[in-house]
Design a protein around this ligand. Structure first.
Ligand code: CUA
Length: 351
């Protein structure tokens, strides 16, 4: 495995999923090499064995070659299904952040990475995380499509304008690991680099003066809804207004003006803020302006957490609805984060 990694010029794996991804990678390369060797050997053998020597015999042993062909087809199918099963299980694990993952918001722009922790700290190009703790990245782009790629973690996810994508990882080695943008995004694409700094847990806890809990994020969401005047059109208590109420909205089924239906999940709420006319709920006029470039990604995440908290209040007891996976930071000591500062910092614009 290490030999293959060196041949492919890959850095040593530094995340909890790296070994499994390398394993599948090696299996795919190994089987394709074996098959390629078999095909070339067969070509060489047939070239020699069946070279023209006078007239060909009138009959050929068809049944033997037919059996051979069927065996090859079967082997190919088994191989692809095996790859798919292993890859699918890895994919599912990569899509499901653990419940105790800490959320960090990522904003990509030409040509830098901006990180915002829910406690208000922000950083450009350097993402600091503790070793051995799951981190969930909620990512969006301010301009064009970028792609967040950490070769040492064997993880890569596209970052799109007007939409959020997520990925999670757990670093297993201390040190700094390069972040590359893996989607051509303009003249300085190749310079759009950052790094993940993996530090010991107590080091990280020292820098995190304010641990962030679910309640903090919900409070920030409520403050944001008031500050950004969502309240001009949306109520929190189920009363009808210009737009749909936030009460009981999260997780509910929506019927749109054109008859389509959808569930109000994280993705729907984010899209509704960025592209409000895409899915207008039946009975409402398409009057909401876009908030793309207005709301920071921390504010978007906080608004979604706030709206989700109103779902819990509205849900009849005994009904279990999908749980939002924005979770408290693992740091132990409680504290009151400076939430308005979080929003202010996050919206500060770069030159
Ligand atoms: Cu951003 Cu390439």
């Amino acid at each position: 495995m290490d030999l293959l990694r060196l041949l492919l010029n890959l850095p040593p794996g530094a995340s909890s999923v790296a070994d499994r991804i390398d394993g599948l990678h090696a299996l795919v390369i190994g089987t394709t090499m074996a098959v390629a060797t078999y095909v070339f050997a067969s070509v060489a053998w047939f070239t020699f064995r069946y070279r023209r020597r006078g007239e060909a015999p009138a009959t050929s042993p068809l049944s033997a070659s037919r059996r051979h062909e069927l065996a090859v087809i079967g082997l190919v199918l088994v191989t692809f299904v095996t790859w798919w099963v292993i890859g699918y299980r890895q994919y599912v694990d990569l899509r499901r952040p653990p419940a105790n993952a800490e959320t960090v918001f990522v904003e990509a722009k030409q040509w830098m990475w901006k990180f915002a922790y829910a406690d208000g700290r922000t950083a450009n190009d350097v993402l600091t995380v503790p070793i051995g703790r799951p981190i969930k990245l909620v990512m969006t782009s301010r301009d064009v499509i970028h792609s967040f790629y950490v070769p040492s973690f064997r993880l890569k996810t596209d970052v799109l304008p007007g939409r959020t994508t997520t990925m999670w990882f757990e670093a297993t080695a201390l040190g700094t690991f390069p972040i590359w943008c893996a989607e051509y995004c303009g003249v300085n694409h190749s310079a759009m680099r950052g790094e993940v700094e993996v530090v010991p847990l107590d080091d990280y806890a020292r820098r995190h003066a304010h641990p962030t809990t679910d309640a903090d994020l919900v409070a920030l969401g409520r403050a944001t809804a008031e500050k950004r005047q969502c309240t001009a059109c949306h109520t929190f208590d189920g009363q009808p207004h210009v737009g749909p109420t936030f009460f009981g909205l999260f997780g509910s089924e929506r019927v749109f003006a054109d008859g389509r239906r959808g569930v109000a999940d994280e993705a729907y709420l984010t899209r509704s803020m960025m592209d409000p006319t895409a899915d207008v709920v039946r009975g409402f006029r398409p009057v909401m302006p876009t908030y793309q470039g207005v709301l920071s990604n921390v504010e978007v995440g906080a608004l979604v957490a706030f709206i989700a908290s109103l779902r819990d209040a509205a849900a009849p007891s005994g009904v279990s609805l999908p749980k939002l996976t924005i979770t408290p930071s693992p740091s132990a000591s409680p504290g009151t984060p400076d939430l308005p500062r979080a929003a202010a910092n996050a919206t500060r614009s770069e030159p």
